[in-house]
Design a protein around this ligand. Structure first.
Ligand SMILES: Nc1ncnc2c1ncn2[C@@H]1O[C@H](COP(=O)(O)OP(=O)(O)OP(=O)(O)O)[C@@H](O)[C@H]1O
Length: 270
């Protein structure tokens, strides 16, 4: 379990990215932090592995205050996947995946063998192992990023808009892959996005943030959809525009579900 207790972050230039956050992130689930740009999502995420230290309050992992842990050791024990994959351009795919295990003292051959297994895990063909990141598609690069995040077999995986830079079809594929992986691995995942549809698709729990890291609602997607906490949430999730309201339309004897704009979203089972 990860716990944010009265966490605040004020940067040296006076910007208050996070005013005061209390949040419990349950283990073995995906918790999605969603909010518009500048709502403090990345700052909160980076406090877990001490890439950012809070100005006040505590982040606790399994009841240990992370500020009492060595920052480098902590960082290398937690998976981190970022937008644009963050791969090292001059290293082959297999070596990118093996980077942190080697830094932690694993032999190069063992780390490479495990990296190849991880390529299978994230759905990458092993024939890509000796390529350089620029020789891969955007979606493949993101898969390498996920494999690298999993390379130290972390209990915690932090994902910062990992699928933000790929086209919608690849994005859906990567989301499907993450859902499959998570069913198998059951990591404690914190996933940051500004896309509410992605949040509802991936999150066991969704945390909706406003500026200053203000939490406006936490719940399962169903709870949030059924009862948006306020007008901001209703607008954010599209409930106010009727986007989330589905109606039944009958066409050629089939019953279709259509959204607020009249667009078909599915067929009702007979
Ligand atoms: N190093 C820094 N120094 C000063 N201000 C910062 C720093 N890092 C972030 N901020 C500010 O803190 C606020 C929160 O930033 P953060 O990156 O956490 O938001 P975010 O919700 O992840 O946004 P985005 O979706 O755009 O990445 C913003 O106003 C940002 O400009």
């Amino acid at each position: 379990m990860i716990e944010f207790r009265g966490v605040r972050k004020e940067f040296p230039d006076g910007t208050v990215a996070v005013e005061s956050v209390d949040l419990i992130v349950p283990p073995h689930e995906t918790t999605v932090l969603v909010g518009s740009s500048g709502s403090g999502k990345t700052t909160l995420l980076r406090m877990v592995n001490r890439m950012v230290d809070p100005t006040a309050g505590q982040v606790r992992i399994d009841d240990v205050d992370v500020s009492t842990l060595d920052a480098v050791t902590l960082r290398r024990s937690i998976g981190y996947v970022m937008q644009n994959s963050g791969l090292l351009p001059h290293r082959k795919v297999v070596d990118n995946i093996a980077t942190v295990p080697v830094l932690r003292g694993e032999s190069k051959s063992a780390a490479r063998a495990r990296a190849l297994e991880l390529m299978d895990t994230v759905g990458l063909d092993r024939s890509l192992a000796d390529r350089y990141p620029t020789q891969l598609s955007g979606g493949q690069q993101q898969r390498v990023g996920v494999a690298r995040g999993l390379a130290v077999d972390p209990n915690i995986l932090l994902m910062d808009e990992p699928f933000g830079a790929v086209d919608p079809i690849v994005r859906t594929e990567l989301q499907d892959e993450l859902l499959r992986l998570q069913r198998e691995l059951g990591k404690t995942v914190i996933f940051v996005t500004h896309d509410i549809d992605e949040a509802f698709r991936l999150g066991d729990r969704v945390v909706i943030l406003r500026e200053g890291g203000r939490i406006v609602q936490t719940g399962t997607p169903a709870e949030i959809l059924a009862a948006p906490a306020d007008e901001f949430v209703a607008e954010f999730i599209g409930a106010d525009r009727g986007r989330r309201e589905l109606h039944v339309a009958e066409i050629d004897g089939r019953r279709l579900a259509v959204d607020g704009d009249g667009r078909p979203v599915g067929v009702l089972a007979p």
